[in-house]
Design a protein around this ligand. Structure first.
Ligand code: SF4
Length: 383
């Protein structure tokens, strides 16, 4: 297919596709799906080989958020029966992180619900970062604490944070439909603050919230412009008790097309499959490794992922390898700043589903399991 040959050539040259080309990827038929995966897979292998970076989420503070992000189980008014707890102590967080690191993760993503941290919160997280770094040489730490005020990114960087995650989530034009308590511009501003402080910026999206193909392309092009080192791609987890509980729009094929489009637009960036991997890709997860070079190991913030052991087996069975701490994630031309391996954390508030292109899914609430183990519980984490 001419389109795919063109996109591979551009991806290998780090050239931006046109919007029409990105839209055309989303519009491909199921008959062409393996060709799309193979083409985007060439770009992925060119920049990242067969390595898969593992990231591990620690939810430092769960639930009770005053913001109203519709996709989020921790939002104001959420009826989702999730764990709710306030700040984990540095020791508790470090212990939770240790399980993920023992399972092969090289990055720990410290996430807290809320609009943004107070200066006291930044102190707490700084202590946690130090506790983790003291115990685990070479670990990368990404913070995801919401909107940052002036000077906070610098303080996190001084405390040893390598990266900061703040997702754009959706296109600027639909942002107001998803959240009313803060703006798209607020989010962009925080990504800029992270960049300016020398943190590796991580910013991504949520697919499956009822957005159009144009919205998806818009947000991915906006991300390319922001130039984060990593782009987490969430697929909406339609949590019961949230406004988007009925949004079951994604199919595994649709998820693969979205990941391929993100890879073509952001060829040399860490593309991470984030929340919703198991729920929406299901048995097609191994194919997605040909597109993304990074996943979360084990559980998400408020929902359970597949067993960490199953993640590791999937990577090996699909012919990929877990990226060690001795490898720099990003290609040399990107690896100069920040942590030297760039990438970012686990999206504050997981998510999603998507429509268009393929038939909508039937609702499958049986696939969504609220997290009941790991951080904030007495049960062993899944890693
Ligand atoms: S995504 Fe973050 S800011 Fe939004 S409701 Fe969830 S925890 Fe709060």
């Amino acid at each position: 297919m001419d389109l795919l040959n063109t996109l591979v050539d551009k991806g290998l040259r780090r050239e931006t596709p046109t919007r029409a080309e990105a839209l055309a990827v989303l519009a491909t038929s199921d008959d062409d799906l393996l060709d799309v995966v193979a083409a985007a897979g060439k770009v992925r292998r060119h920049w990242f080989g067969r390595r898969v970076k593992l990231n591990y989420l620690v939810n430092l503070k769960s639930g009770l958020c005053p913001e109203d992000c519709s996709y989020c189980s921790q939002r104001l008014g959420s009826k989702a029966d999730i764990l709710k707890y306030t700040w984990l102590k540095p020791d508790e967080a470090s212990q939770a992180a240790a399980a993920g690191l023992a399972g092969g993760a090289k990055r720990v993503c410290l996430v807290a619900s809320g609009r943004g941290p107070t200066d006291r919160d930044v102190d707490r997280v700084s202590d946690t970062i130090k506790a983790i770094k003291e115990r685990h040489e070479g670990v990368e730490v990404c913070a995801c604490l919401g909107l940052l005020s002036d000077g906070q990114a610098e303080r996190l960087r001084e405390a040893g944070a390598d990266a900061y995650n703040h997702n754009l989530n959706t296109s600027e034009s639909t942002y107001g439909d998803i959240t009313t308590t803060h703006t798209y511009a607020d989010r962009v501003d925080t990504v800029h603050k992270a960049h300016a402080a020398g943190l590796s910026a991580c910013s991504g999206l949520i697919a499956g919230m009822g957005e159009s193909d144009e919205d998806l392309v818009d947000v991915v092009f906006s991300l390319r412009e922001l130039d984060p080192d990593s782009v987490p791609v969430n697929f909406l987890i339609p949590f019961e008790g949230t406004p988007l509980a009925k949004e079951w729009n994604l199919t595994p094929q649709r998820c693969l097309r979205i990941l391929a489009m993100v890879r073509f637009v952001c060829p040399d960036v860490e593309v991470r499959i984030a929340g919703g991997r198991e729920v929406h890709l299901r048995t097609m997860q191994p194919l997605a490794l040909h597109l993304a070079n990074s996943i979360f190991l084990g559980d998400y913030l408020t929902s359970e992922g597949q067993a960490g052991k199953a993640d590791l087996e999937m990577i090996t069975d699909a012919g990929f390898e877990v990226e060690g701490t001795d490898r720099v994630t990003l290609p040399e031309h990107r690896a100069g700043g920040g942590c030297g391996s760039h990438e970012g954390g686990g999206a504050c508030g997981p998510a999603a589903a998507d429509s268009c292109g393929s038939a909508a899914e039937e609702a499958r609430p049986d696939l969504v399991a609220v997290r009941r183990r790991g951080a904030g519980t007495d049960l062993a984490p899944n890693a």
